[in-house]
Write a protein that binds this ligand. Structure first.
Ligand SMILES: Cc1cc2nc3c(=O)[nH]c(=O)nc-3n(C[C@H](O)[C@H](O)[C@H](O)COP(=O)(O)OP(=O)(O)OC[C@H]3O[C@@H](n4cnc5c(N)ncnc54)[C@H](O)[C@@H]3O)c2cc1C
Length: 276
């Protein structure tokens, strides 16, 4: 339960963080809220040689409306996102999801950027980002690039981020008036989701699923069925089409498939009721 030894550097700007990362090779890791990275280090599942602490970079903590989208700094804490007026109005699904993460301690340390960069299929915000058609701005010595959430998650805890890239901003198309729902099934209020469903209906419907594969995934089968005129009940039957849900102490793959069908049905009904 004690991590391997590592060097520690505190960055006070994005440029400084990029410089420290690129000077250290593939073995360095950014430290944001530390709520996912430090447990991995204590279990010795991660042993970075250098931690670059970005938690104090104030310029990366904001939620702003900018034209047709919401711009969210990657160091925005879950608690701040859940209370942001701009998020509550323009992307209420995201604010609501942030308020359901863990317990108050987790929400006051964990950041949206850390949650996305970690790429954990059990995390809630990545699934919400898929449903909201979000994209991610990342910076490196080569400049900035924008990656769609749909292209970002590659494998278990594996993303498109290169070792010298910093996730700086999350861009969420505004969806005021859209129908939305987040269904999180867990045993105790503060637990991770056994299965979660984030849905957004705005003309068409997009659905992100938590804990239904090796990465955060979309329920493409449901989206296509709805597009072809299926009822909610019929469409929900496609919740796990093409997906390979994991087995763990909480649930078998079969139980997760059943949960996904039930929760997708509930999410679609609630999203339809909420639509302005
Ligand atoms: C008890 C507990 C309960 C939890 N419950 C939930 C839950 O119910 N739902 C949920 O979704 N999550 C849950 N979490 C996870 C929590 O949301 C984490 O805070 C989050 O997943 C990671 O954010 P962080 O800022 O702590 O990242 P860190 O742990 O600091 O970093 C995670 C990874 O992302 C990288 N990284 C961080 N920031 C950046 C960046 N800007 N650019 C590039 N890479 C970056 C790091 O190098 C590291 O690899 C829980 C955590 C704990 C400890």
């Amino acid at each position: 339960m004690i991590p391997a030894s590592f060097d520690y550097q505190r960055a006070s700007s994005v440029d400084e963080a990029i410089g420290l990362l690129s000077g250290a090779g593939e073995d360095a890791k950014l430290l944001a809220g530390g709520h996912s990275l430090l447990p991995l280090m204590k279990l010795r599942l991660a042993s970075p040689s250098l931690l670059v602490d970005i938690a104090g970079i104030q310029e990366l903590s904001y939620v702003r409306q900018s034209g047709d989208h919401l711009a969210i700094g990657s160091l925005t804490r879950h608690a701040d996102l859940s209370r942001s007026e701009a998020a509550l109005h323009e992307a209420p699904l995201l604010a609501h999801v942030a308020g359901q993460i863990g317990d108050p301690q987790v929400r006051h340390r964990g950041t949206i950027g850390g949650s996305i960069a970690h790429g954990d299929p059990a995390s809630d915000l990545p699934a919400a980002c898929l449903a909201l058609n979000a994209s991610f701005v990342v910076a490196s010595p080569r400049g900035e690039r924008n990656i769609a959430a749909a292209d970002f998650f590659r494998g278990f805890l594996e993303t498109e981020l290169a070792s010298d890239e910093v996730l700086v901003e999350i861009i969420v198309p505004t969806a005021a008036g859209a129908g939305w729902s987040f269904q999180k099934f867990n045993r105790r209020a503060q637990d991770w989701a056994i299965v979660g469903v984030a849905a957004v209906s705005n003309g068409s419907t997009r659905i992100g699923l938590v804990n239904m594969g090796p990465t955060p995934v979309r329920a493409i089968g449901v989206e296509q069925a709805l597009g072809q005129g299926a009822s909610v009940t019929e469409a929900a039957q496609h919740a796990s089409d093409g997906l390979d849900p994991p087995a763990d102490l909480n649930a078998s793959p079969e139980y997760r498939r059943h949960l996904a069908t039930v929760l997708v049905g509930r999410a679609l009904e609630e999203a339809a009721q909420k639509k302005a």
